[in-house]
Design a protein around this ligand. Structure first.
Ligand SMILES: [Zn+2]
Length: 146
């Protein structure tokens, strides 16, 4: 899903929390919004490691090209996993949730992350791209070891 949609839906989600829980501190609402967008920072890290370029614009172009390549592969019935996104794994979500036992701020970060991930999953199902994503860090490690 494109960053602009995460920004729009993240803002709507944050506004809904604020409407139903107006006593929520602005710092916590900010954490929900920011984490619902910035979890995609791992995409940028992928671009950095693969292209060695810092430009955000080049990163967006990289993923656009990747999408075109993927569509061609799908036409040829080639369905392979895509890049691995560490912040989008179940383990990372659980880690952040566990941190919320120590600091409440992490609970709001977790809320933004889980919202983002649910949007990603819905989008990938709609676009028939769910096979591309590895959701478990442990599966990725096992595949790397083999
Ligand atoms: Zn994402």
């Amino acid at each position: 899903m494109l960053p602009r949609w995460h920004i729009i839906f993240g803002a709507i989600f944050t506004a809904i929390i604020w409407i139903f829980s107006p006593e929520t501190k602005i710092i916590y609402l900010s954490l929900v919004f920011l984490s619902s967008v910035l979890i995609d920072f791992d995409h940028y890290l992928i671009t950095l490691t693969n292209t060695k370029k810092l430009s955000l614009r080049k990163s967006l172009k990289y993923f656009k090209c990747l999408g075109e390549k993927e569509r061609k592969e799908k036409k040829n019935n080639k369905r392979e996993k895509g890049h691995f996104y560490i912040f989008h794994t179940l383990e990372f979500h659980i880690f952040v949730l566990l941190l919320s036992l120590v600091r409440i701020e992490f609970f709001y970060i977790f809320l933004g992350m889980i919202f983002h991930s649910l949007l990603d999953v819905a989008w990938m199902i709609k676009k028939d791209r769910i096979y591309r994503r590895e959701f478990l860090l442990v599966n990725w490690i096992i595949r790397k070891i083999k």
